[in-house]
Design a binder for this molecule. Sequence first.
Ligand code: GLC
Length: 739
Amino acid sequence: MRGKQLLFCLLTMAALTASAQNKPIKKRVDSLLKLMTLKEKIGQLNQYSGRELTGPASNRKNNLLNDIRSGMVGSMLNVKGVKDTREIQAAALQSRLKIPLLFSLDVIHGYKTVFPVPLAEAASWDMEAIGQSAHIAAKEAAASGIHWTFAPMVDIARDPRWGRIMEGAGEDTYLGSAIAKARVLGFQGKKLGATDAVMACVKHFAAYGAAVAGRDYNPVDMSEQMLHEVYLPPFKAALDAGAATFMNSFNTLNGVPATASSYLQRDILKGAWKYSGFVVSDWGSIREMVPWGYAQNLSEAAQYAILAGSDMDMESEAYKKELEKLVLAGKVNSVLIDDAVRRILTKKFELGLFDDPYKFSDFQREERVMQDKSHAAIARSVARSSVVLLKNELNTLPLKTGIKKIALIGPLATAKTDLASTWTVYADTLSMTSVYEGLKEKYSPVAELTYAKGCNLNDQDTTGFKSAVELAGKADVVVMVLGEAGDMTGEAKSRTDLSLPGRQEALFRAVKATGKKIVVVLMAGRPLIFNSIAQQADAIVYAFWLGAEAGHAVADVLSGDYNPSGKLPVTFPRSVGQIPLFYNYLNTGRPISKEGDIHYRSAYMDSPNSPRYAFGYGLSYTSFDYSNLKMSTDFLKKGQDLTVSFTLKNTGEYTGEEVVQLYIQDKVASIVRPVKELKGFEKINLKPGERKIVKFVLPASQLAFYKPGAGWVTEAGAFKLMIGSASDQIRLEQTFNLN
Ligand code: GLC
């Protein structure tokens, strides 16, 4: 009899589970919500960092575990690996309602396999490569128990003094929006819940990249028009791509901390944009309302944050400590708490965590995915396409195989850890390939590779110059690898001086005096200022930070095994004095006619207006011809799309990829418009002599601009259409009229 009873119970449980699993998620959320106490609801809004949890026993660790066991924690960050996530999830399942935790991590440019930093990947203009990079990162993170990454960072940045420019897609709204979409789709895949995908988190909402003077955490002040036209569209593109979560930002926007801004989080994000996911605060940003002088104390900060639509509290403990009292005092309506909890529980159900809380924490999958050798090959391919060729006099590059002796000089030539820059969460730097190792593999033993450091990255010691100069004197060609240290960009890494730190430029001049041909490889997470190198080097390659496969990628480019195809996603200024400097500037009422025309003109007495290198600029080992521009009409009706075509031809000797760029200028409007705006691009691969007719369809919506009080509008009048190989290299242009 007992066997039949047991079977009946098992079958009943299975049926109940199955029926629960088949119930719509909304119903499952509502029925769970009804069971929750106010304390348990607030627990779901609380996120802790797990740094202390995975270390040795400590009071903090015991307190954290007790909170987790009593359902006072909804999510953890900085816990990774199947072992640790299983242990901590088990603690959460001891709580009364057994609500599983979300595990999150800053998987910004790879998990175990370190990919190029986001700004480098942006230089590839290759949405497929960028999507692949995000997918591999998600696959490795998800195999390690992670449900949620704090990426993509989509902050438009026009100020290279700001160290976090490295984490985003550069200065342009159109390119930044395309990359935001590619990254969200790469991280999340087709549907949440797959164990090779993670939730994306679009950050930092909003306008964090416009921090005054490029100083991190500084205030942001801007017009409604600038906010909506330049800084918000990448967030909207990410949302339209299905982004599961958002993160707010540390900055104030026009005097209100973003974390307390119901204009940003309720009016725009959850209101106009109808966002149904949840918003996590940035680390401690709720608590930071007090030093901002916006809240008198933690209780007020908690009140302002929940009222403004900040659903989850990262590491302030403001909600855990203050929300229950605020609700009981009638200062916060429990409806707001329920809304935030619903948003968070919905994601946990969508991930399938209630059906299997350990589904992302599988030891066998973790081992298999981490061993996957295909990831390095993809990282190498993404890295190569992120390299930008800035200069190549007399075809110094590619380094011909006939070369017998290459002198490799510079403090970054053998660098490994630097190649990962910051926001690497797992990197075993020994797996990194340095430029030295990459060139050695590529050229030895046919060519001899000698090496001298020459100087350190960031001090005044020049004692290494002599041996470097001697080495250069004996070589056929010199390759110098210079730049910043890898940890000089990222969070809280603002600089007022963007030149190469230490005595690197002096080392370059000393080696230059030998008269040898010099190829300079520059590595950094931001645009640097290097005017003497720009003028005197024979060839310059900007490699940003390319991650684990940097050495192989640089060697592939220098050898010509890969023809560089990158284009700058951000303007490179000649001096800090020019900042902020960007390509889509306004013409002013006194534009210069040419450099040097400064007489009562909008110009400097001591510098050209033009940048050192322009947005969209990058050379190739081959050359491309643009011809035969055609448009579907010269008189466009409102709402009508414009079809544009032109012929692109590879007129050189190498197969190569060209990023063709489509810009427009709205010549006259009721809010003055930039001299040009990127509204289309395509990366095209052509063999020598091959030609292709390139087609763009310019949607009518791309002619619109944001007008306060009216929203997005288009106005009749003349437009200029431009096709360029860079923002300052327009190859074809034609005007059309919008009626
Ligand atoms: C940091 C960063 C944010 C990151 C978060 C968690 O302060 O601003 O980008 O995702 O905290 O590490």
